[in-house]
Design a protein around this ligand. Sequence first.
Ligand code: FBP
Length: 553
Amino acid sequence: MNTKSVLQQQRAAYQPKLPAALWGNVKSVFGQPTESVADQEKIKQLFPATYGLPELTFEKADESDDLRHPINVGVILSGGQAPGGHNVISGLFDGLKSIHPESRLFGFLMGPDGLVNHQYIELTSDIVDEYRNTGGFDIIGSGRTKLEKDEQFEKGRQILEQLHINAVVIIGGDDSNTNAAVMADYYKRNNIPIQVIGCPKTIDGDLKNKFIETSFGFDTATKVYSELIGNIERDCNSAKKYWHFIKLMGRSASHIALECALQTQPNYCVISEEVEQKQMALWDIVEDITRVVLARAEQGMNYGTVLVPEGLIEFIPECKELIQQLNELTAAEHQLKMANMTPDEKVKYMCSHLTEKNKHTLNSLPDALGRQLMLERDPHGNVQVSLIETEKLLAACVAHNIQLLNEKRGKKSQIKFNALHHFFGYEGRCAAPSNFDADYCYALGYNAAQLVRSGVTGYMSNVRNLTKPSSQWIAGGVPITMMMNIERRNGEDKPVIRKALVDLEGHPFKEFAANREYWAANTCYVYPGPIQYFGPAEVCDQPSRTLFFEQEA
Ligand code: FBP
């Protein structure tokens, strides 16, 4: 029996589009030297071999500008899955073969660990063809190990030299690309001829700046979530008896929630960045949602939809302060002291080091949430926000408010409030890439092959002008150090790629803010339906609303 769905079989034949500059012969055009976005002197010291490199743009060339020889490349998928990863790999594979048919591509297994532990496979055309235009990272698997230590780079070097690999392409988010830059600088300053190239991946949409217009996967994931939200809104509007609290992935920034709100017009959407700017406490958010619930109840609408960004807790000022102090306790000296403690002893130790204010905040949170903040971190030291049930917390607090009101109201004027909860995250991360992500990812991979050919290191593959037809997309590379600043991580100052949060002065947020009161008071749900892969361009090839408002409005 065939294990592929009919759609999968048809979709395998889709030929992703490329920017015109990458068709045929390509020439490299270098721009001016660059500076990091902040903390220039410190970043320069930390990246002595790769700081200040010039931007690079590819242009169509009449003739090949160099001798063509086979290139061997290793590829790593790093961090959370994002739709389109397989197309980055197929684009990279095709790009390398277009440079020389004897070029070879090796995939390191289960993320950075594969490089360090020498676990790899050669990606041949038989393997790559199986995965074209499919979702997931299962072609080689992914992992979250931090690649940052000299010993790891040296262990990687052994296998890279053994396989005669000229370059490593790391497909990852801001943390993984930061590490790509660290590795690039290490090899370059030690005269080790291995290039390192990054590719901007994350459904969270927070790896973007002047040069990286969007990270791949955001488009598809938000389309999947918006379809599901639209379905819930229709159910909600049919039964008219539930308030749906829907948490959406996005570890830090609220781009996913904002994009889904623009696509589906819910009755309420929390934007974490606004919570922080307005210095709202948890109960301020609860009061505001309660206000909307009551206003709708007045109109006889005891139902609605509320979108909650996953990262909210870290933006509520009092929680942020608490998390910042807990982060300091992840520093080495404290870790050493806590090494042999039981979880309960660790909690006690941490509490004894908190300020009175932070102790008070911790005590005001549900127990389970407090323990999660203290104990559960990913390898990059981030709070594991996808485990925190903020949607349930908010719904329970609103229910509490309504109960207090109902106690004061007569039996006949009771407000009905029944909440249901949902969390959408993993549902969207491995979806088959939309046409936008299929094309964008293929172009990023193909372009990465050109970056390797041009001999650069410490660059991120960059394809821009994305709201225009793909033939007009601009391809090139951005030095990764250019996107960096110094931030406090695990109790230490570290160079990291600056995360792009929702810009409250930007067009996407302004569009939302101009409409949200109307969407709250009325029921104007939009039902986007499932991603379409075949059909007219206005149905199949539309970029996200965020990208549209950022680039076109
Ligand atoms: P990346 O930043 O690695 O792309 O991952 C993002 C993300 O999907 C977040 O939205 C989410 O908080 C997190 O990964 C979940 O991590 P895990 O896959 O380890 O559960």
